[in-house]
Design a protein around this ligand. Structure first.
Ligand code: AGP
Length: 607
C-alpha cells in the first residue's frame, strides 16, 4: 500500500526521492508527492496518478535541495486527488508529514485541533499528524514528534520534515514498517528496502513505538517514553539486479520464471545433507504436542494454506483448517494453548493476518509465521518463524512466493509429523526425494509457455472463466481464478469440480471457458464425469492433465495441456505454473497494467 522514502545528506535529494518512489510503485498507489527544503523553504509537489508524471513536472525545474521526503498514497480517507496526496503541511506550511497506516482517532483529534484554530486542507486522517506536531513546536522536533504520536491511535509509519530544522528528518512507527538506511553520502528512511537498494549499504529496522532522528551522519533512536534505543545496522542483502526486470517484459513474468530457483532455495535450506532430515532453526524448541492446527492467511497465501491443509491431514491425526485471516477474527474459533496456528504471508505485514495472530496469542496458542520478508511484524509477534526463500517479489500478483509457500508448508508438515512419530524416517526420505524433483518439473512446465500463450490468444476476449478441480488441486483452481481476476480483470471463479452441479453449472454455455485440472492421482474418473457435464451444456473445456493419450478425455475436451507426471505432493505447484502463465498472457493481450493492477496493493495494511 502506501510507500515512504526520505533522505538527508550531501546529494541532491530529488533524484533519490523519485528513484525510491518508483521502486515503491509495486506496493500499489494512486497519487504521489514529495516535500523538499529548497533554499531553506518547504517546497511541495503532489499529484494524482503515476510517479513518472510527477517526476516529469518536477525535473523540469532546477532543484538543489538535499533534504526531503516522498510518498505514494493508496487512498483510504478521501479521494485520490492532489490535495489528499502526501506530504501534508501544518497551518504555517513549515512542517511536512508523510504517513502510512490509519489514524483511528483522527475524527476526535481533528475536531479538537480545529477548535484550537488549526486549518485543514485535506480529507485525510494523516493531516492531523502535521497539526499535532505543530502544537508541540515549542519543544525540540524529536520530542515534539514523540509527544504528537503518543496521542494517535491506530497504525502508522511516518516521516516528518521541518523548515526550521533543515538537516533533520524525524520518523516514527507503530504497526507499519519503517527501515533506516545508511549510505556513503547520507541517511535514508523507507517503508520497504527496495526503495534504497544501491544507495544505502546498511539498514536497521525501527521497532514499534520508536522515534528516530535522521541527520546526514546517521540516526539516533528513542522510544515513545524518551529512552535511548540501539538499533543495530545490518548489510543490505538485496542486490540491484533482483529489483530489475532482467530482460523480461514484466516483473510478474520474471518471477514466474524464477520459480525453479525460489522453490529450490526454499527446499535446500531446510533439507539435511542426509536427504532424510528437515531443519527449521527458526522454530526453536516448539512443542509439537498440539491437538489442532489452524492456518491463517489472505488471498494467495490462503490458497497455499488450503493446499497445506490437504497435505497435512494425510500425515497428522488432528483437525486441520485453513481460515481466511479476516474471518478468523470475526468467528469464535476454538483456540486453546494446545492449538498450533501457522500464519502464512509473503509480506509478513498484512494487517488481517497480523490481527489474527494477535487473537491466537490472546488465547495462548502456539504461533508460527511463514513469511518471505525478513523482520516483519508477523514474524516478530509469532513464537517461531519459517522463511520462504523466494527472493523479493515485485509484481503485485503473487507467483513465486506461492510455490515457495507450498514447498515450505510441505516440509513443515513432514517435520511436525516426523517429530510426533506419525510417519517413519523412510516415509520422510521418500517424500523429500519426490520434492527434490520439483524445481526441475517446474522448469519443464515453463518450457510450455508458448502453448499457454496460444491459449491466451484464443480466450483473452472471454468475459468469464470457470476453474474446476478436486482435492489438493482445488486450491489451485481458486488460485488460477484469482490470478486471472487480479491482472486481467476478467470475472473468474474456482470451484470444486463436484460442486459445480450445485449451482455454477447454470452459467455454462458455448461462451464459457472451463479450465479443468485433472490428475491420475486425484479422483480422475470423477473429474472426467464433471467434464461430461460441462460438455453436455456446450462449455469450452481446457484441460490440464498428467494422463497422456486417454481417448475418453480426448473425445471430450477442446484443448489439452499435458503436464509432467509427478508425485502427489508436487502436483499443486506443477499445476499452478500454466495458470499463472495463462493469466499473464491474457492480461498482456488485454493491455492491463500487469505488475500494478488497478486497486490492488502488494502489502495490504488496512483491515
Ligand atoms: C496475490 O496475488 C495478492 N495480491 C493477494 O491476494 C495477497 O496474496 C494477499 O494480500 C496476502 O498477502 P501476504 O501474503 O503478503 O500476506
Amino acid at each position: 500500500m502506501c510507500g515512504i522514502i526520505g533522505y538527508v545528506g550531501r546529494e541532491p535529494v530529488v533524484p533519490l526521492l523519485f528513484e525510491g518512489l518508483k521502486r515503491l510503485e509495486y506496493r500499489g498507489y494512486d497519487s504521489a508527492g514529495i516535500a523538499i527544503l529548497e533554499d531553506g523553504h518547504m517546497t511541495l509537489f503532489r499529484r494524482a496518478g503515476k510517479v513518472g508524471q510527477l517526476e516529469s513536472e518536477v525535473s523540469a525545474r532546477k532543484l538543489s535541495a538535499r533534504t526531503g521526503i516522498g510518498h505514494t498514497r493508496w487512498a483510504t480517507h478521501g479521494a485520490p486527488t492532489a490535495e489528499n496526496a502526501h506530504p501534508h503541511l501544518d497551518c504555517r506550511g513549515k512542517i511536512a508529514v508523510v504517513h502510512n497506516g490509519i489514524i483511528e482517532n483522527f475524527h476526535s483529534l481533528k475536531e479538537s485541533l480545529i477548535a484550537s484554530g488549526h486549518r485543514f486542507r485535506s480529507q485525510t486522517d494523516s493531516e492531523v499528524l502535521a497539526h499535532l506536531v505543530e502544537e508541540h513546536m515549542d519543544e525540540d522536533l524529536l520530542r515534539a514528534v514523540a509527544a504528537a504520536v503518543s496521542k494517535a491511535e491506530g497504525a502508522f509509519a511516518l516521516a516528518i520534515l521541518s523548515e526550521d530544522d533543515p538537516e533533520r528528518i524525524i520518523v516514527a512507527r507503530r504497526g507499519s514498517p519503517l527501515v533506516l538506511g545508511k549510505g556513503k553520502c547520507g541517511t535514508f528512511v523507507c517503508s520497504d528496502i527496495p526503495a534504497i537498494v544501491g544507495n544505502a549499504t546498511q539498514v536497521a529496522f525501527l521497532a514499534d513505538n520508536e522515534v528516530a532522528e535522521l541527520t546526514p551522519e546517521g540516526f539516533h533512536v528513542i522510544d515513545f517514553n524518551g529512552n535511548e534505543v540501539k538499533r543495530p545496522l545490518q548489510p543490505v542483502t538485496i542486490d540491484t539486479l533482483s529489483i530489475q526486470k532482467g530482460g523480461f517484459k514484466h516483473f510478474m513474468l520474471k518471477e514466474i520464471h524464477e520459480q525453479p530457483r525460489a522453490v529450490g532455495e526454499t527446499l535446500r535450506e531446510k533439507i539435511g545433507a542426509d536427504a532424510s532430515t528437515i531443519h527449521f532453526p527458526g522454530l526453536g524448541e516448539l512443542d509439537t504436542d498440539f491437538d489442532q492446527v489452524y492456518f491463517i492467511a489472505c488471498g494467495t497465501a490462503y490458497h497455499a494454506s488450503l493446499v497445506a491443509e490437504c497435505l497435512w491431514e494425510r500425515i497428522l491425526p488432528v483437525p486441520i483448517q485453513a481460515v481466511i485471516a479476516s474471518e478468523f477474527r470475526q468467528r469464535d474459533m476454538h483456540i486453546t494453548p494446545r492449538t498450533l496456528v501457522v500464519a502464512v504471508s509473503q509480506s509478513g505485514e498484512t494487517i488481517d493476518t497480523l490481527m489474527a495472530v494477535r487473537r491466537a496469542k490472546e488465547k495462548q496458542a502456539r504461533t508460527i509465521a511463514l513469511v518471505n520478508s525478513i523482520g516483519s511484524a508477523i514474524e516478530r509477534e509469532s513464537d517461531g518463524v519459517v522463511y520462504t526463500r523466494a527472493g523479493i517479489e515485485i509484481g503485485v500478483a503473487a507467483t513465486k512466493t506461492f510455490s515457495a509457500q507450498i514447498a515450505a508448508l510441505s516440509l513443515l508438515g513432514l517435520y511436525l509429523a516426523s517429530k510426533r512419530g506419525e510417519i517413519t524416517k523412510q516415509e520422510v526420505r521418500s517424500k523429500l526425494a519426490d520434492l527434490n524433483f520439483l524445481p526441475g518439473q517446474i522448469a519443464e512446465v515453463l518450457t510450455r509457455e508458448e502453448e499457454v500463450a496460444a491459449l491466451a490468444g484464443r480466450f483473452y476476449g472471454a468475459s468469464d472463466f470457470l476453474f474446476l478441480a478436486r482435492g489438493s488441486l482445488y486450491p489451485i483452481a481458486l488460485e488460477g481464478a484469482l490470478k486471472l481476476k487480479e491482472i486481467s480483470y476478467i470475472h473468474a471463479e474456482g470451484y470444486p469440480a463436484g460442486e459445480m452441479k450445485h449451482g455454477p453449472i447454470a452459467l455454462i454455455d458455448e461462451r464459457m471457458p472451463v479450465v479443468v485440472l485433472m490428475s491420475k492421482h486425484v479422483a480422475y474418473e470423477k473429474v472426467l464425469s464433471n467434464i461430461e457435464e460441462v460438455k453436455a451444456r456446450k462449455g469450452i473445456v481446457i484441460v490440464l492433465t498428467d494422463q497422456p493419450n486417454d481417448p475418453a478425455l480426448t473425445r471430450l475436451v477442446d484443448y489439452t495441456l499435458l503436464l509432467p507426471s509427478a508425485a502427489p505432493i508436487s502436483l499443486p505447484v506443477i499445476y499452478t505454473i500454466p495458470l499463472q502463465l495463462l493469466a499473464y498472457h491474457i492480461a498482456v493481450l488485454r493491455g492491463t497494467d500487469v505488475d500494478q493492477p488497478r486497486n490492488l496493493a502488494k502489502t495490504v495494511t488496512v483491515e
